[in-house]
Design a protein around this ligand. Structure first.
Ligand code: HEC
Length: 110
């Protein structure tokens, strides 16, 4: 099958255009290795029921700049995503909309 976006790009880029970033996919690809499937915790803290309920600005700051809700630097290996890129973004910096979509996805988990 020939398609102008590959399968992955079609999922990420094309659906992003249509419906906004896919928080579930972004979380799965970039965060679940440390924070556990569905944000339930792993080597890194559980996010559901905690950071998932922070004000979006605080959640964005934690993810992009590595600063927690009390203004303290988060310890490694939590990445400063501002200096990195989500897996399928081809080097593009994470956008606030993507981070918000991840938080929204976590907010929906129980
Ligand atoms: C390589 C492992 C790793 C990856 C990947 C990772 N994190 Fe983390 N994250 C951590 C660790 C470890 C901490 C705890 C740091 C601390 O206690 O100071 C943390 C802390 C956090 C916190 C603050 C939690 C709190 O209660 O203080 C948030 C929010 C967060 N991560 C979100 C994310 C998101 C969203 C992603 C994916 C885009 C992600 N992390 C990817 C390791 C990781």
């Amino acid at each position: 099958m020939k398609h102008s976006c590959g399968v992955l790009l079609a999922l990420v880029a094309c659906s992003a255009l249509a419906a906004g970033p896919n928080g579930e996919q972004l979380f799965h690809d970039n965060c679940s290795v440390c924070h556990g499937e569905r944000g339930m915790g792993g080597s890194a803290p559980k996010l559901v029921g905690d950071a998932s309920e922070w004000k979006p600005k605080l959640f964005e700051r934690a993810v992009l700049k590595g600063i927690d809700d009390a203004g303290k630097p988060l310890k490694t290996p939590m990445p400063h995503w501002q200096l990195a890129s989500f897996k399928t973004d081809n080097g593009r910096q994470p956008s606030k909309a993507e981070v918000d979509a991840i938080q929204h996805y976590l907010h929906e988990q129980k």
